[in-house]
Design a protein around this ligand. Sequence first.
Ligand SMILES: Nc1ncnc2c1ncn2[C@@H]1O[C@H](COP(=O)(O)OP(=O)(O)OP(=O)(O)O)[C@@H](O)[C@H]1O
Length: 331
Amino acid sequence: MIEVEHLSKIYGSTAAIEDVDFSVEKGEILGFLGPNGAGKTTTMRILSGYIPATTGTAKIAGYDVHEQSIEVRRNIGYLPETPPLYPDMTVEGFLKFVARIKGVASSDRNSRVNWSIERCQLEDKRKVLIRKLSKGYKQRVGIAQAIVHDPPVIILDEPTVGLDPKQIIEVRNLIKSLAGEHTILLSTHILPEVSMTCDRVTIINGGKVVATDTPDNLMSHLTAKGGYEIEIEGDIFSLEPMLKDIPGISQLEIKSNSQTKRHLLSLTTDSNQEIGKDIAALIINQGLDLYEMKRTRATLEDVFLNVITEESSIETQEEQSLETTDTESPL
Ligand SMILES: Nc1ncnc2c1ncn2[C@@H]1O[C@H](COP(=O)(O)OP(=O)(O)OP(=O)(O)O)[C@@H](O)[C@H]1O
């Protein structure tokens, strides 16, 4: 339903996005995840026909966003970061207006407006002026205007930014309820949002796609990098080298509290072996007191940071090897 190939947008000497590739299947919700300035809005604006790409192609429902922009606009519902609302119109009046400018036949307009009001749970606010609505309701009107012409594809740019926790849950549930019959691309820099809402995630950083996978797969790549958090009391100096000798422990950090005389150990394991019993046995056998021991697992946050770090460390290595080549080359 959405196919993006080698998409780049260059502003002067800055590449906002570079060689971006991804696709979204019919009925799927794809999370487009990246930190501020990663290139999410730029990609979405190109997909919705607001700005042209410098190079590359993008298709919505089989239509090229550049060559067939009218068909693309008919097949797309777009919610930009700031919803395009007219504050002095009522919810119903505004949605009727949007339905008209989006080409909904006059005989279908009332039923389409009623449908979008119902889907976005705006029945109580139908006759209320938009400027009198809370931010959460305004966001629902923003989503209602994106779906009023029943587009197969919906593009939502940071739809939960600025909402309170209750409103966030309501908007996420609304988005989930739209999947299946619609294909959704949702940008966010909030990690829990993608694991709660999306079927797959494309991570973008510095204008480049660095990973695409299901939230579960992204996590399972890293579950190997779990660890343990342990609170103990006793002779840490003799224990430390013995802990480091346990196979599978890749990192050990110790924080000691001189007042309580307790030590907090953070152990990182580089495999998913169950070595907790070996660690506990060592601590007890060495005569230390074990107060607490808990397993830590990778979260999507770790995956996100890890993907970004891995990518930048690869780039740094490449840059360093280029620099080395430059200086060592006799030419
Ligand atoms: N019109 C423009 N002119 C010059 N540079 C731009 C323009 N629009 C975006 N950029 C730059 O392109 C990069 C990507 O911006 P973009 O807004 O797409 O990121 P984003 O992931 O949506 O970030 P945010 O979450 O902060 O909105 C940034 O470095 C930004 O400064």
